[in-house]
Design a protein around this ligand. Structure first.
Ligand code: FE2
Length: 314
């Protein structure tokens, strides 16, 4: 059995189409989608149509879907801040039918394949708890570690494997977990790890629609193979796609008009393949505090001025 694992599409249909086309050539028997279908790209409805058209796919909900849930039934005349513009935009372009579909998705799915238990959740904390929070998995840490250079997937995988091997808390946790495969996304960094005793395989397929693992120009997903006798292998795939073309349509889209600052930050993340949002949010917080602005979410004037100052720094 070969299972394609795709996560964090974030409204990026061209990336999803590239990944699905690659998966078609890989002899795939099943699909897993590990959450975050919307926010950041304008094509979430196209993405949902493609995901829903795959018969028998295992589909769970991510944290971005929660932002839309919080807006259901809210008073739209109060949507006047800058920070939440991307959520307001996404909510407004999503038909109720799609929203209902997302809200009905499960947060976790457990399946079994050739005798191997497979657990799926959006965030690794569902399996590892909150105390295991490896710095080496974070997109912001990678952006600093690999500043000014790209990294190959082999090198990144090796760096993360070594860091996992030396992470005492993680090693202790793995010993207490049931044998099986644990699939999650959320951090937008592609990696997988087999425990030292071989009982457990952790898989983050990376973010199909918004990769932040310092490899601009390709989009990630993973192929999990479970043989008839229960042997597990993982192929971390990276697929070339039309990054420049997507960025161009992004800047010409209604999302750019509806959520300009957010879309600018996403454009930077796509082009560099690394975390930008966390650094911008830190800057915006310092900027707002510098003149005692306590409005949260950030008001339009603060949000836009913060971006103007932050982007002028580089
Ligand atoms: Fe995500």
């Amino acid at each position: 059995m070969r299972i394609a694992i795709i996560s964090d599409i974030h409204g990026n249909y061209p990336a999803l189409a590239a990944v699905l086309a690659d998966a078609k050539k890989q002899g795939i028997h099943g699909y897993v989608f590990a959450g975050d279908y919307c926010l950041s790209g304008p094509y979430m409805n196209e993405c949902l149509a493609a995901v829903r058209a795959i018969p028998g796919a295992y589909i769970i909900r991510g944290n971005e879907e929660n932002y839309l849930e919080r807006l259901i039934g809210a008073d739209q005349t109060k949507w006047t801040d800058g920070q939440m513009q991307i959520s307001y935009y996404s909510y407004r372009i999503m038909p109720k039918e799609n929203l209902d579909y997302l809200m009905a998705l499960p947060y976790t799915i457990d399946i079994e394949c050739n005798g191997v238990p497979i657990h799926i959740a959006h965030d690794r904390s569902a399996f590892l708890g909150n105390e295991i929070d490896g710095d080496h998995w974070r997109s912001s840490s990678l952006a600093e570690k690999y500043a000014g250079r790209t990294v190959t997937q082999e090198q990144l995988g090796e760096d993360i494997r070594r860091a996992n091997d030396g992470d005492g808390l993680l090693q202790e946790k793995l010993k207490s977990m049931a044998a099986g495969v644990y699939i999650f996304g959320h951090t937008h960094v592609q990696w997988h790890y087999r425990s030292k005793d071989g009982r457990i395989v952790l898989i983050n397929p990376g973010a199909c629609g918004l990769p932040l693992d310092c490899q601009p120009g390709t989009v990630p997903y993973a192929v999990l193979e479970v043989t008839d006798d229960g042997e597990v292998t993982v192929d971390e795939r990276r697929v070339p796609w039309d990054l420049e073309g997507y960025v161009k349509t992004l800047m010409e889209s209604s999302q750019y008009t509806g959520a300009r600052v957010w879309t600018e930050v996403i454009r930077r993340e796509l082009l560099t393949g690394r975390e930008q949002l966390i650094f911008f949010l830190r800057f915006a917080e310092e900027y707002a505090q510098s003149f005692g602005d306590e409005r949260r979410p950030y008001a339009i004037d603060t949000w836009e001025k913060a971006y103007e100052l932050w982007s002028a720094q580089e």
